[in-house]
Design a binder for this molecule. Sequence first.
Ligand code: DAK
Length: 259
Amino acid sequence: MAYETIETRIEAGKVGIVALNRPKQLNALNDQLMDELGAALKAFDADDAIGCIVVTGSQKAFAAGADISVMTKYSFADVYKSEYISRNWEHVRSIRKPVIAAVAGFALGGGCELAMMCDFIIAADNARFGQPEIKLGIIPGAGGTQRLPRSVGKSKAMDMILTSRMMDAQEAERAGLVSRVVPLDKLMDEVLAAAIVIADMPRLAAMAAKESVNRAFESPLSDGVMFERRLFHALFSTADQEEGMEAFLAKRAPSFSHR
Ligand code: DAK
């Protein structure tokens, strides 16, 4: 499929990369981009060769938020009737393979929310995160008021959302918003290395781990632990569980079949 607002490629035969590509608008997110991103993510998710997906932007901007030039024309009736955001912004949440956000530069508003919808964020040392919607007379609307406090705690989330201040990469790492910070010129190398490690893991275990960690955000502890326990039990029916344990005991490298 030919895309106009994103670029896709496959690295090492097993990692799907989606790069947002509206450089003049700092990758501001519009309907076309979100539709194309959704289509690309779903295609990689359905491709058996792919074991991990990376969403990234440019060195200057992961994404500077929803496209303000589009939003400025909307009324309540427009956004409510057309299910603005809900209808095509949350595809990433339905992807079952692990998705890493590789963030350099600005990740603001919907851009920060998109990064938080991914499974984890690796940031370049020039990354800046923020939810500046309040300056536009709105609030974060793609999950920012919910995911940011779960990541960085209530106090810091309130500080960012109410003052609109940006968080730099180091603060984001200290606060737990990002898993690691790497030099800008090493970002894609580091992310690709992590993505290859994940892609080489037994696929069913990686998918189950993702599903179980995400359940921690959606349910009380006892329900989450029960969900984890059931998936843990289920993995004993996979060929890769047998292979992984036999290989460990035989002191050899495992050969996973992803079944
Ligand atoms: N939308 C459209 N264009 C944008 C943009 C954006 N979000 N951000 C930047 N651009 C454009 C600029 O207008 C400029 O275009 P030209 O003037 O060259 O034509 C170009 O990108 C370069 O930007 P700057 O000249 O401003 O570059 P600087 O380096 O000086 O500044 C900046 C970079 C990122 C600090 C600045 O561009 C900026 O503050 N941008 C806006 C950031 C922002 O406010 N983001 C939040 C957007 S609101 C909803 C759910 C979710 C949302 C909405 C509704 N519902 C459920 C209904 C989400 C909302 C948002 O994300």
